[in-house]
Design a protein around this ligand. Structure first.
Ligand code: CDT
Length: 304
């Protein structure tokens, strides 16, 4: 019997600061309906999918920053998404800024099953950018100011397989996929907001989409897993972000990809048993991995 999951990459075009949560949730509902019509079991939405990418601004007033955060999931504005998903019998994964009851701030992604229940939630580990105001930049990338790092990578039994999550910059690090792979992940869901312009080295700007596919194709292949990468893209508050949301197979092949920088759905049928063809052969971890030779990876950093 095959274990097939039909997955939709629910890409979002830009969200401006003036767009309300209600405006955004209506767009997510349209994508959810489209995904249901396309036979999806699961639709994956981007990182920080409910607001504009606010770490591009230096803010000193904590109350102003906290307006971009959710204190509950679902909350009053996101509940319609959970209700509609349950009625349609479709699961989803959604990135948002999380403010906990005891005052911690995380860049979080939640996984919801077709019954509208939260399966699990993941807090971003690799926080890119900087923590101080850097006025020389045309826009800021202040994730290191606004978020704390999560507690590591996790997997959950869901959708007939083993599912993991990662967020944006996590996708550039091979350790992300390997830790998830060692935990048995067969399907890894990743939302992203990636500005085209990289102020510390503008020479990388023309390679944005190339690097995006490079890391997720390699992660999928080297760990024998499906990877779903989903963008919020287009010109948001004057800053262009890359698109090309895609579904990658354990072979590293691209199974489906978005072609616009707008709200769009790319759909692929993922037969999770395909993972075994890599994990029981060339990437049989138990047989071929040589952890003794990798110790430098887990040794503390010099500054620690
Ligand atoms: N959101 C996020 O993690 N974006 C980064 C931008 C480059 S680092 C400043 C990324 O890795 O795509």
């Amino acid at each position: 019997m095959t274990r097939a999951v039909t997955v939709g990459a629910g890409q979002l075009g830009p969200i401006q600061r003036s767009d309300t949560r209600k405006d955004v949730v209506e767009r997510l509902l349209v994508l959810l309906h489209r995904a249901h019509g396309a036979g999806c079991d699961l639709v994956v939405f981007p990182e920080l999918a409910l607001t504009t990418f606010f770490p591009r601004w230096w803010m000193e007033d904590q109350a102003e920053t906290d307006q971009f955060f959710e204190t509950e999931m679902p909350g009053p504005e996101t509940k319609p998404l959970f209700d509609k998903a349950r009625r349609l019998g479709i699961g989803f994964s959604l990135g948002y800024a999380e403010l906990t009851a005891d005052g911690h701030h995380y860049n979080t992604q939640v996984l919801v099953d077709p019954g509208g229940r939260v399966v699990g939630s993941y807090r971003k580990v690799h926080l890119p950018g900087h923590a101080e105001h850097e006025p020389w930049r045309p826009f800021q990338h202040l994730e290191r100011r606004y978020f704390e790092a999560g507690d590591g990578f996790h997997v959950w039994p869901a959708f007939g397989g083993t599912v993991g999550m990662a967020i944006c910059n996590d996708r550039r690090w091979p350790e992300t996929y390997r830790v998830l792979g060692l935990a048995g992940a067969e399907l890894v869901l990743i939302g992203y907001n990636t500005p085209r312009h990289y102020p510390p080295d503008p020479g990388q700007d023309r390679l944005g989409e190339f690097h995006n596919h490079l890391v997720m194709q390699a992660g999928a292949y080297q760990n024998g897993m499906f990877v779903v990468g989903v963008a919020k893209c287009g010109v948001e508050e004057g800053v262009e972000m890359i698109g090309e949301s895609a579904v990658y197979a354990p072979s590293g092949q691209v199974l489906a990809m978005c072609g616009t920088q707008e709200d769009e759905l790319a759909v692929a049928r993922c037969d999770l048993d395909w993972c075994r063809r890599y994990r029981e052969t060339v990437f049989d971890f138990a047989r071929y991995r040589q952890p003794w030779a990798y110790r430098a990876i887990t040794d503390p950093r010099d500054e620690e």
